[in-house]
Design a protein around this ligand. Structure first.
Ligand code: NZQ
Ligand code: ZN
Length: 400
């Protein structure tokens, strides 16, 4: 059988990465000139683990203001407080220090502070509307110091943001959102609580699969890199959980998570972000951690789409889980089982009840995804764009 090949693509990732132990002092050389900096962070973990002190020491010759309290699952309403500071104090550089939530909120601040029209939320909600007024044109330059490997926001062009008042959780993708640089010091992740190490590993694993578990295009470069990331997360997560100060394990997890969603493995292949899209609605409804929602949805999605995804799930059984014999059907089933086993083995549950969802919520989840499609002009989900509201109910029925 002759396989298809790569989709045509353009690849450009402008974010400079500084990776390794004790690299935070390099901040002072990375920030050009002597800008007025707004340092952004979350609930204070960086003050407990020494990262804040390292950042402040590196920036001691700069004028630095602070904006803290960015919540996990960042919200528009809070981010707009940061926008006010940027405007009032003429901030000309943003430094986000934290995990995906801090970085995403700061990326939003970077474009919202320069938005010339009424409501910056429109850039998120109306991203598929061709009217240029809904698209960011200018931003405040931004760098990051990563403390939680998960979202890959430190090297990508996307953000996820919620609006409290409307209980919406939407993403935005735009090249303007690439950070100028990101510092990835694995030692900054030693202090992660177990549940956040698990969340990060699962989120990165699923990011890899949203590219890999789609169509078989004989695109060996993205496929083989994806398999390497999956294999690394499977082998290194238990080590980091057993010994939080295992530098090699932390370094492997950190680079895995960045590589899973910095655009590289997306090139030339179809993507299927339905697990994430359904998960976002669950977070918006129940406040459940992002990673927990996608761990609960993935098995149901795979069961529903097993025929379309069979070749890649079988390939994953062979190359990642080492199953050499059996039919493609058997191998695909094996991948579903082994992935659930892996998640459970590191302490991640894979049931809807673990994220507060029961049968009576299914219609509401499907209705919300449908509303998002109509409200934001988003095409149907799935690598074949063939997943509609009624299919979401079927997917949820096939979840555990
Ligand atoms: O707020 P602080 O005090 O910093 O504590 C955080 C937070 O409570 C803590 N933490 C972070 N680094 C730590 C640490 N605690 C101890 N030691 C450290 N070194 O961990 C908690 C969770 O942090 P958060 O930033 O929320 O986690 P994560 O990085 O998983 O980000 C989740 C957000 O990213 C979005 C998710 O939807 C969610 O809103 N995503 C963003 C994506 C993107 N931009 O491309 C893609 C993803 O699919 C995802 O949607
Ligand atoms: Zn994710």
């Amino acid at each position: 059988m002759s396989l298809k090949s790569y989709l045509n693509f353009t690849f450009q990732n402008p974010t400079k990465i500084i990776f390794g132990a004790k690299t935070i002092p390099q901040l002072r050389e990375l920030i050009p000139g002597k800008p007025k900096i707004l340092l952004t962070y979350g609930g204070g973990s960086i003050k407990k683990n020494g990262v804040y002190d390292q950042v402040k020491e590196a920036l001691k010759d700069f004028k630095v203001l602070e904006f803290s309290g960015i919540p996990a699952n960042p919200v528009y309403e809070h981010a707009m407080e940061g926008v006010k500071i940027c405007k009032k104090d003429n901030i000309d550089f943003l430094l986000a220090v934290g995990g995906g939530s801090v970085i995403d909120a700061t990326k939003f601040i970077s474009i919202a502070a320069k938005y010339k029209y009424e409501d910056p939320w429109d850039m998120v909600a109306k991203k598929f509307n061709p009217d240029p007024k809904y698209h960011p044109k200018e931003s405040i330059p931004l760098g990051t110091v990563l403390t939680l490997p998960a979202a890959a926001s430190e090297m990508n062009w996307s953000i996820t943001l919620s609006r409290d008042s409307t209980k919406q959780k939407y993403f935005l993708i735009d090249p303007i959102l690439f950070p100028k640089f990101s510092i990835l010091d694995p030692e900054a992740t030693y202090s992660l609580p177990k549940n956040q190490t698990i969340n990060g590993a699962v989120d990165s694993f699923v990011h890899t699969l949203e590219h890999y578990a789609t169509t078989n295009r004989n695109a060996r470069i993205p496929d083989r890199i994806a398999e390497g990331i999956l294999d690394t997360i499977i082998s290194e997560t238990p080590k980091a959980l057993a010994n939080p100060r295992d530098y090699a394990a932390r370094a492997n997890l950190m680079w895995s998570s960045t590589m899973a969603l910095n655009g590289l493995i997306a090139k030339g292949v179809e993507e299927d972000w339905s697990t994430h899209a359904i998960g976002f609605e669950i977070t918006a409804m129940t406040g459940a951690d992002h990673a927990k929602t996608i761990a609960a949805i993935l098995p149901g999605l795979w069961r529903f789409k097993k025929e379309q995804k069979k070749e890649k799930l079988a390939m994953m059984a062979e190359r990642v889980y080492g199953k050499k014999y059996g039919t493609d059907d058997e191998k695909a089933y094996y991948t579903i089982q082994k992935t659930i086993e892996f998640f459970n083995s590191i302490g991640m549950r894979t049931t809807l009840s673990s994220v507060g969802i029961r049968r009576e919520h299914f219609d509401e989840i499907a209705r919300r995804v449908d509303y998002w499609h109509k409200f934001c002009d988003v095409p149907p989900l799935g690598e074949h764009q063939d997943i509609y509201a009624e299919d979401i109910i079927k997917i949820l029925e096939l979840c555990d």
